[in-house]
Design a protein around this ligand. Structure first.
Ligand code: P6P
Length: 347
């Protein structure tokens, strides 16, 4: 008796099925996700041959085709922009690679959505073959400006209509949410399709006892942050079972592990980076929406990331992402700092 083949769900099929959950949908939103998936395939091809470029002697500034060999993050930025600049889907874009809002070229129509993205986060790790990623956030246009504006970009994370990331690792995965759960797709290079491999991702509870932070910043942390790390290490009497430390130094890779295994990822504020290092609009907010949709949480150590009203395109934020219990516990340790009377006051 032949066994019925497991149904193969491509990302295109999944997007259509998600669209059916929204009767008012016009298809524009789905087309944005299609184009992002296409851009991810193109970027994946280049990222996965990055090492070969050196072996094949492609390191000169001009390649064998006489083309300017771009840095991969600038290449990824261009691929995403050109996938989405002409379809009449977006009113404007904002990229980690560009200081200002990116307008849709005047020869193309504009649409009712906004795309914020980090085209290739962690790209400094590529030479060491460390996983890197693309992060994206989609909002609705809210301004009266005919072709989009900064106002359309500066929206709180809770207003996102979709968020996701692509992790270019041992395999290329695209993970996204439209507010109806978190779903992961793995690229099958043999057919060039993203196939549903992780439906309805939930951060495990209890998850693995993992914490992820750059401990090299210890000397710059607050006392509360240090006490929390001591707790996780089992130095504090409240915890007799130390957590494991895992830190890749590539946000998408560290977050992807946290999403699938549990634990907590942190990039705290410190004396050198009082607002943290990571960006609110196109790093923290999309990942916080995914974490929350997967049953976890994302904060700046005090407030939900999704409730923070952005004031500038590239503003930074401290970031705590992952298991709700651990993110809440981090907030308790940090809160004690804020409540402590500074030395010399009321002594
Ligand atoms: P640090 C990579 O440069 C990045 O932007 C993120 O991907 C990563 O989480 C963070 O910086 C690592 O920063 O200071 O620990 O090297």
């Amino acid at each position: 008796m032949t066994t019925k083949p497991a149904s193969v769900v491509t990302i295109e099929r999944h997007i259509i099925e998600q669209e059916r959950l929204h009767p008012e949908a016009t298809g524009a939103f789905s087309n944005i996700l299609y184009e992002i998936a296409l851009a991810a395939k193109i970027i994946s091809r280049e990222v996965n041959k990055a090492g070969l470029v050196d072996i094949l002697g492609g390191t000169e500034s001009v390649n064998v085709h006489g083309e300017q060999v771009k840095k991969l993050d600038l290449y990824a930025d261009e691929v995403i922009f050109k996938a989405l600049d002409h379809g009449g889907l977006l009113c404007c874009l904002a990229s980690e690679e560009h200081e200002h809002v990116l307008d849709i070229p005047p020869q193309f129509p504009t649409g009712k959505y906004v795309l914020l993205y980090d085209p290739l986060d962690g790209s400094s790790n590529i030479d060491a073959n460390v996983s890197v990623g693309t992060i994206f956030s989609i909002h609705r246009k809210i301004s009266d400006h005919p072709r989009g504006s900064l106002e359309d970009c500066l929206q709180a994370g809770r207003r996102q209509v979709a968020a996701g990331y692509v992790v270019y690792g041992s395999s290329t995965m695209l993970v996204y949410t439209t507010g109806a759960g978190v779903h992961g797709f793995t690229l099958d290079p043999s057919i060039g399709e993203f196939l549903l491999s992780h439906p309805n991702i939930r951060i495990p509870r209890p998850g693995q006892r993992i914490y992820s932070v750059n401990e090299g910043n210890w000397s710059r942390w607050s006392d509360g942050q240090r006490r929390f790390i001591d707790y996780l290490k089992g130095v504090d009497s409240r915890n007799d079972k130390p957590y494991s430390s895992r830190y890749i130094g590539s946000l998408v890779a560290d977050f992807h592990r946290t999403l699938l295994y549990g634990g907590i990822f942190m990039y705290p504020a410190d004396t050198k980076s009082p607002n943290g290092k990571l960006r609110l609009l196109y790093e923290a907010a999309p990942l916080a929406l995914i974490a929350e949709q997967a049953g976890g949480r994302g904060t700046d150590g005090e407030r939900d990331i999704l409730d923070i009203q952005p004031e500038s395109l590239h503003q930074r934020t401290p970031l705590y992402l992952g298991s709700r219990e651990l993110v809440d516990l981090a907030g308790e340790y940090l809160a004690r700092d804020r409540m402590e009377v500074p030395a010399g006051v009321g002594a």
